[in-house]
Ligand binder design. Structure first.
Ligand code: FE2
Length: 386
């Protein structure tokens, strides 16, 4: 078992202390990316990641300022949005950050209450409650800012039967590559600047009623060259988890510093998406050209039996098979997990994806952090950003 998870208190006692959850979240509704060319990005997410065409708005549907493609796989919905002219404020976001996540939308039963409760607790407004409707019903949304220029949009869609949102049509396409077995969003990680970790931990606690589910300091997350700190925030029912990373001082630049330099702000670092068969998923993604971080050394796989201890008995996967596909494994008191990380999915070394398969473990692969960061450092070295 990984050293760093042996004495973990998951904080679940705090989550279920009987207090009323003032912001009940039903899960993640969608994640919206601002991108330079949504049409081409949509093709990439279909071809490489196996997302399916789901909904669309653009000139043909009367949307004159921006175009959005919605793609779906399992319960995951991503929205890719591009401005259609120079006047849109989205251009400024793209100019500064490049392609990246703008909106983490959260499904709620009451978007007005979600807005009022978070604003009352100090959230900065992105937009007040807004009603959108068409012949399929109505959706109420509201929005607040989180770290950097990233926002949370609360979506109340219980009275809507349409495909996605008013203004969108079903996106029918002749090009429908098979899915990759991605099921749902497991967690979404944010990178924040020097000294900002606790500000955002406190913000999620106070404004959104989250609890600090797990913490790792730079003594736990470091290599010879770089270090970072990480705290995992979870909502009351555990459906929404947002780890937050902050760089820490070390000999060289950490991947978090590299992110902050290239995104030019705090922002979403990675989306972890769950698979029920990670080997099958990774095989599929690799065939489609998705690039993953280079594999850890042979010693990493040699040490799996001693690291996992009793969990080895439960492990269904063959270590040689994991090694063949560079899949990482870690365990905590409650089980084990398998994970793998893509390289950044745009030219700036910013956003990437994680594929995760949980076999009981509730952690985030702390036992893999060192091997993972060493892989990233080799990539940083190639980019001249270590
Ligand atoms: Fe992760």
């Amino acid at each position: 078992m990984s050293e760093s998870l042996k004495s973990v208190n998951y904080g679940l006692d705090k989550i279920f202390d009987g207090a009323q959850d003032f912001l009940p979240l039903l899960g993640t509704d969608y994640v919206e990316f601002y991108v330079g060319n949504a049409k081409q990005a949509a093709h990439f997410y279909k071809t490489a990641f196996g997302f399916q065409s789901f909904a669309y708005k653009g000139l043909e549907t009367g949307s004159k300022k921006e175009v959005s493609y919605v793609l779906k796989q399992g319960k995951i919905k991503i929205v890719l949005t591009t401005p259609l002219n120079s006047k849109s404020s989205i251009n400024e976001h793209l100019r500064k950050h490049g392609d990246g996540v703008k909106v983490i939308a959260l499904l709620v039963n009451d978007a007005i209450s979600a807005y009022n409760e978070t604003i009352k607790r100090g959230a900065k407004s992105y937009f007040p409650p807004k009603l959108s409707q068409d012949e399929s019903g109505k959706i109420i949304t509201s929005g607040i800012y989180t770290y950097g220029e990233t926002v949370h949009v609360f979506v109340e869609r219980k009275n809507y039967k349409g495909v996605f949102f008013p203004g969108f049509v079903k996106w029918e396409s002749n090009y429908n590559p098979p899915g990759a077995g991605l099921k749902f969003i497991d967690h979404i990680v944010g990178n924040v600047g020097w000294g900002q970790m606790n500000t955002w931990v406190n913000w999620y606690e106070k404004v959104m009623g989250f609890v600090n589910f797990l913490s790792f300091d730079d003594k736990q997350i470091h290599t010879e060259y770089s270090a970072l700190m990480s705290k995992v925030m979870s909502n009351g029912n555990g459906r929404v988890k947002f780890p937050i990373n902050e760089p820490a001082k070390a000999k060289k630049r950490s991947q978090i510093e590299e992110y902050l330099d290239f995104y030019e702000d705090c922002g979403v670092q990675h989306l972890a998406v769950a698979s029920e068969d990670i080997i099958k998923t990774v095989k599929h993604l690799k065939k489609n050209g998705v690039e993953f971080l280079p594999p850890p050394p042979q010693s990493y796989y040699d040490n799996i039996p001693s690291r996992l201890g009793e969990h080895m008995k439960l492990m269904k996967e063959d270590i040689l098979e994991l090694q063949k596909y560079s899949v990482l494994v870690d365990a905590d008191e409650e089980g084990y997990l398998l994970q793998i990380f893509t390289k950044p999915i745009e030219d700036r070394p910013t956003l990437f994806f994680e594929i995760i398969q949980r076999m009981g473990a509730k952690g985030f692969g702390a036992g893999n952090f060192k091997a993972l960061f060493q892989s990233i450092e080799r990539e940083q070295e190639n980019r001249g950003t270590l």
